[in-house]
Design a protein around this ligand. Structure first.
Ligand code: AMP
Ligand code: ZN
Ligand code: FE
Ligand code: FE
Length: 282
């Protein structure tokens, strides 16, 4: 089934390529099992599944659900959720709607200091896509205010610059429960970033495992080595799933498909545990 990369973004959120182009890029990188995990939406699944099937690949429907632990933003990879689950749908609709108002407020605030308008951002955002700071970054690039997305994140979009605002997201315990209730498999994305965001507390992690947290995305370029060691021990103690993935965003980030992969054993465990929707086999 492998090599497997279970964390890829398309224009349905903040990736720069269509869902089928993302799958084609993964195929060219030698991958044979993939998941599309756009932020807070399932809208890319049909196109990605068809592209994967036509290339002889296995496709796992996925999503990266926004959650929070107090002020800290936590991302949960949710595999094989029922896309029609009422609770999960209502929550993702609420997050996506709030992301629009939040992006407008950030743009209004930036617009006091730089020539940036809301239509600039709309022009960078796919129809119906989940809006995020990357689209604001692309608008800043299009205006010639910065050279790249990464420069935008390091400067104007950095929380320290003073324009930052958060968006609505469910508490991480609520988010894990929602995914489980939708038949999905919840795995913490990039669980141990460096700097201020850091890791969730051990006590919270234990609580989430009790609610049904299935594992951690350990092999991801943003995790610290120390955090990986700690979480690997937690995973072993509780017999959890551990994954590795790229978090590919097309041209929007340097991450490349297949730069980290998930073992066949772990992919099988995700498939065995997910009951909301079946994978698509070629
Ligand atoms: P938001 O959820 O709107 O606050 O935006 C965060 C998203 O921006 C995440 O999905 C990241 O993958 C993406 N992101 C964060 N830092 C960067 C960066 N330096 N370059 C490109 N994308 C980034
Ligand atoms: Zn993203
Ligand atoms: Fe993320
Ligand atoms: Fe991601």
């Amino acid at each position: 089934m492998g090599p497997s990369d279970l964390h890829l973004h398309s224009v349905h959120s903040d990736g720069t390529e269509s869902a089928s182009d993302v799958i084609a890029a993964a195929h060219s990188a030698g991958l044979r099992t993939v998941a599309l995990t756009d932020h807070d939406t399932t809208s890319g699944w049909a196109e990605a599944a068809e592209a994967a099937a036509s290339l002889g690949m296995t496709f796992l429907p996925g999503m990266e659900l926004s959650a929070r632990d107090e002020w800290r933003s936590v991302h949960l990879l949710a595999y094989l959720c029922d896309p029609d689950d009422v609770g999960l749908r209502a929550e993702t609709e609420r997050i996506r709607a709030d992301r629009i108002g939040r992006a407008e407020r950030i743009v209004r605030s930036i617009g006091r200091d730089y020539p940036l308008t809301w239509p600039d951002v709309v022009a960078q955002t796919g129809e119906g896509a989940t809006v995020g700071r990357p689209h604001i970054a692309d608008a800043l690039v299009a205006r010639g205010i910065v050279a790249t997305r990464t420069e935008a994140f390091d400067t104007i979009l950095h929380p320290r610059a003073g324009y930052y605002e958060g968006h609505y997201a469910p508490d991480v315990a609520t988010a894990v429960a929602l995914i489980v209730a939708a038949g999905g498999v919840p795995i913490v994305a990039h669980p141990s970033p460096s700097g201020r965001a850091r890791m969730m507390s051990p006590a919270l992690i234990e609580r989430l495992i009790g609610i049904g947290l299935a594992g951690f995305e350990l092999d991801h370029r943003e995790n610290t080595e120390e955090g990986k060691r700690t979480l690997r021990r937690v995973a072993e103690r509780h017999d959890l799933i551990v994954t590795g993935s790229s978090d590919y965003h097309g041209a929007g980030k340097p991450n490349l498909p297949g730069e980290n992969t998930t073992s066949d054993e772990m992919v099988s465990r995700i498939i065995a545990q997910g009951t909301g929707i079946a994978p698509v086999y070629a």
